[in-house]
Design a protein around this ligand. Structure first.
Ligand code: PMP
Length: 388
């Protein structure tokens, strides 16, 4: 008899599976459900982008690319970062093209964390940071962001969390699941706290293009920050390219040199056809972003109005494509509320606790869905609440 407990890595066995997955499994079993759960655009990839990948295959450009990615893609990423966010990076040694933003986050964390290092992580946040920090032997130091601060990380909270073991701050804004952003003032105050320290920043800017009413600002654009910041980003959200698995890192050469090794040994290079599509997205995708963003914005306002009319308290988030309303109180957990809404109301949303304990009382509702779909969900929620 094989003893799997001896066969497998303790570190892996002790990692909890994602709370999102658990809810999606429930969802798969349920029938006649209107879901507002998914964290991906409902738009198809703009055709002029897809076409470039198809053409590359037709021309038999089906070989490995350089490990860091096609040179024209790295150049296009640098031109894009400069054009959109006034960030200057050198294509030859400060950019690595990755398999989605997911790989960008994974290899960045692995390149920085030594066992015992403390990593400051504001929650609620996307589910991957905490388990990867733990796999690296790091210690996540959680900051529970607060609804009264619109789920922003404050400089005071950051300052209070820093110890002499702090290695890294993960900065997940615009935020999944809350939709919170950090504006220039927030970032300036955070930069001031970090400037005298040796703490690095992993800034997950995958939703940078999806902000409403204001332009995204990167922490790397503040004095003393570029040299300590790794920007992790990707094509999934802004260009509706989740399935292409394309992302990138931009960071100082001293950091990318180390990240490069993990990427080279583990991945080789991002998919070649996707990289050709990526060049087109970076060079000619600005209008697509504008169009999709304007649609998300209409949906955001409709869903926000709808939820408030139903009596939910919800702050107006300025980024990504999620709302994070308060759905329940001490009488019921978020998870129970979401299960009831699923089984009795036929609407699926994700309990806030899937993104950290401080998500208790809240739920993530995605508006990356058509207006009709959102309307139908709101109608069902109204009925459900009446019967509850
Ligand atoms: N960061 C955040 C905040 C996300 O929400 C996601 C996907 N949901 C990712 C990174 C990873 O996206 P991808 O690997 O598709 O680029």
């Amino acid at each position: 008899m094989i003893d799997y407990s001896k066969m497998l890595s303790d570190k892996i066995v002790n990692i909890k599976p994602s709370g999102i997955r658990k809810f999606f499994d429930l969802l798969n079993e349920a029938k006649d459900v209107v879901g507002l759960t998914v964290g991906q655009p409902d738009f198809p990839t703009p055709w002029h982008i897809s076409e470039k990948a198809i053409q590359s295959i037709e021309k038999n450009k089906t070989f490995y690319t350089p490990n860091s990615g096609l040179v024209p893609l790295r150049e296009a990423i640098c031109a894009y970062l400069d054009r959109r966010f006034k960030l200057k990076y050198e294509p030859s040694n400060e950019v690595i093209v990755t398999v989605g933003g997911s790989e960008a986050l994974d290899v960045s964390l692995r390149a920085l964390i030594n066992p015992g290092d403390e990593v400051i992580l504001p929650l609620p946040a996307f589910v991957c940071y905490e388990p990867i920090i733990e796999l690296c032997g790091g210690k996540p130091v959680i900051i529970n962001t607060k609804v009264e601060n619109k789920f922003r990380l404050t400089a005071a909270e950051l300052k209070a969390a820093i110890t002499d073991k702090t290695k890294l701050l993960v900065l997940p804004f615009p935020n999944n699941p809350t939709g919170a952003i950090l504006d220039e003032k927030d970032l300036a105050e955070i930069a001031e706290v970090l400037r005298p320290t040796n703490i690095a920043v992993l800034s997950d800017e995958i939703y940078a293009e999806l902000t409403y009413g204001r332009h995204h600002v990167s922490i790397a654009s503040f004095e003393g920050m570029r040299e300590r910041t790794i920007i992790a980003s990707g094509f999934s959200k802004a260009y509706a390219m989740t399935g292409w698995r394309l992302g990138y890192i931009a960071a100082p050469r001293e950091i990318t040199e180390q990240i490069y090794k993990i990427h080279q040994y583990g991945i080789m290079c991002a998919p070649t056809a996707s990289q050709f599509a990526g060049i087109e997205a970076m060079e000619a995708g600005d209008e697509d972003i504008e169009y999709m963003k304007s649609q998300y914005n209409r949906r955001r306002m409709m869903l926000l109005d709808g939820l408030r009319t139903l009596g939910f308290e919800c702050f107006e988030p300025e980024g990504a494509f999620y709302l994070f309303p308060k759905v329940t109180d001490e009488r019921m957990t978020s998870e129970v509320f979401c299960e009831k809404l699923l089984h009795e109301g036929g609407v699926a949303i994700v309990p806030g606790t899937a993104f950290g304990d401080c998500g208790e009382g809240f739920a993530r509702i995605s508006y990356a869905y058509s207006m009709q779909h959102i309307e139908q969900a709101l109608e069902r929620m109204e009925k459900f609440l009446k019967n509850m």
